[in-house]
Write a protein that binds this ligand. Structure first.
Ligand code: FAD
Length: 422
């Protein structure tokens, strides 16, 4: 694997045969999550496909020329021409593998796959998800000398790592940068001895057997499983959102606001996240329009006062986006006035969407008892409807979703497990 700059692009990429190029940034959790996958695949495919990295912040002109608007973005080239799809944001290892495989002859792919040796490992507890809930469960379990593995599809930290500032986590007088708070939580749990398997693809989860397969070839077995997979941002469902997601539509201000210096952006939403993140984006962007479906915000009063006093921010109430389109460098958002039903277009440089969250339960939704919103039902010890399977944090059915409540759930599940395994 090699790091290149703009001057080397023609030589290394356009004249470079088969190439995969990673545009990455610093302070970018999805870039950090991609890095170990990229490294691992470079070891497998590196003899046949060139693996290159380029630092987007220092090669911005080239990134703009190639239409790369977010980090990380993976581009694939063959004989100087871009091939296949681009991947941005939380890139899955399996998606990269499919693209790499499509660039090679079938027998070469077979040869590469034959190098991968399946493995099986045994633990007392598997924790799925390394946010505050999973990290706290891991901490308590390893302090109770229970052999625990933490598995996450991204890097440890969960949503806190992409939260600009946290001012309500007890024990800190000053607000804490979210990434530092999550880093400290993660280091504390790791130092205690919990095993980490992060930035992996979860191929299969068998809750009854307490067995999971990661990255297709690695089986992990345990006596108990704790689900701590949290929530993901909702999409608006408007036309064009899926195609432009990760390009000029973002769900993470901490990751992408810095690319909108002196630019105009639209923020969709009106709850605490939308309002707090709009305030953060205003440190970079020159103009922000917050678009909200109701005629007032649902965010707390203090955050609202800050927004209304911010000269860079204006508000468009009772509107919803209906479609997102690119027009050259610009982003066209078609809005519907929910009162008059009239439509109008807004021109901006990018869109941020903060309209609530949904539970991450895709892998186990058919097996567990859920509430009507799809959150996992638990009892007071955080046990789910399957014996030996616990759930904690934002993914469970409860009223209040905060770091403190996730941490509390993780504590309860770990103590209950420790008592059962005693
Ligand atoms: C913008 C924003 C600002 C916030 N600000 C605050 C605040 O100031 N104070 C506060 O108390 N709370 C705040 N919150 C809420 C807080 O972040 C959450 O309540 C908390 O992070 C929940 O922790 P968790 O461990 O349940 O889940 P998460 O933090 O969501 O962590 C879940 C983890 O599971 C992983 N995962 C997902 N699917 C899988 C899978 N299939 N297999 C394995 N791993 C998986 C994810 O990668 C992630 O690492 C904020 C939330 C947002 C979105």
């Amino acid at each position: 694997m090699k790091e290149i700059n703009t001057n080397e692009f023609d030589q290394e990429v356009l004249n470079g045969g088969k190439v995969v190029l990673d545009f990455y940034s610093t302070e970018c959790p999805p870039c950090d999550a991609l890095a170990p996958k990229f490294d691992g695949l470079a070891k497998l495919y590196g003899n046949d496909i060139k693996f290159l990295k380029i630092f987007r912040q220092q090669n911005r002109e080239l990134a703009d020329k190639l239409g790369v608007k977010t980090s990380p973005t993976l581009l694939f080239f063959d004989k100087g021409k871009e091939v296949g799809s681009r991947f941005s944001g939380g890139v899955k290892r399996s998606d990269i593998i499919n693209s790499l495989d499509s660039m090679l002859p079938k027998d070469k792919v077979k040869e590469i796959k034959a190098q991968i040796k399946p493995s099986v490992s045994d633990y007392d507890v598997i924790i799925l998800g390394a946010g505050p809930g999973g990290l706290t469960a891991g901490l308590y379990l390893c302090q109770a000398k229970i052999n625990t593995v933490l598995v996450d599809i991204a890097l440890p930290g969960g949503q806190v790592s992409t939260t600009h500032e946290v001012s309500n986590y007890p024990g800190f007088i000053e607000p804490q940068a979210g990434y530092m708070l999550s880093h400290n939580m993660s280091e504390q749990t790791k130092m205690c001895g919990t095993v980490y398997k992060v930035a992996v693809d979860i191929t299969r989860v068998d809750l009854e057997k307490k067995e999971i397969i990661i990255d297709e070839y690695e089986t992990i077995r345990a006596k108990k499983i704790v689900i701590a997979t949290g929530t993901s941002p909702n999409a608006t469902g408007a036309d064009g959102e899926r195609e432009l997601k990760g390009k000029v539509i973002s769900y993470c201000a901490t990751c992408d606001a810095k690319y909108f210096g002196d630019k105009e952006v639209v923020v969709i939403g009106g709850g605490n996240s939308a309002i707090e993140e709009a305030d953060f984006i205003s440190k970079f962007a020159s103009k922000i329009t917050i678009v909200h479906q109701f005629d007032k915000f649902t965010a707390n009063k203090k955050a609202q006062e800050k927004i209304f006093a911010n000269p860079k921010i204006s508000v468009l109430f009772h509107h919803e986006p209906r479609s997102f389109k690119r027009d050259g460098d610009k982003m066209i958002t078609e809005m519907e006035d929910l009162v008059t039903k009239e439509r109008k277009s807004m021109v901006s440089d990018g869109v941020f969407i903060f309209i609530g969250m949904k539970p991450n339960i895709e892998l186990f939704k058919d097996k567990l008892e859920l509430d009507k919103w799809g959150y996992i039902k638990t009892n007071e010890d955080m046990c789910t409807s399957i014996p030996g399977v616990y759930a904690v944090g934002d993914v469970i059915s409860k009223k209040y979703r905060q770091i403190t409540t996730a941490v509390a759930d993780g504590t309860i599940a770990a103590i209950a497990i420790a008592k059962e395994m005693d």
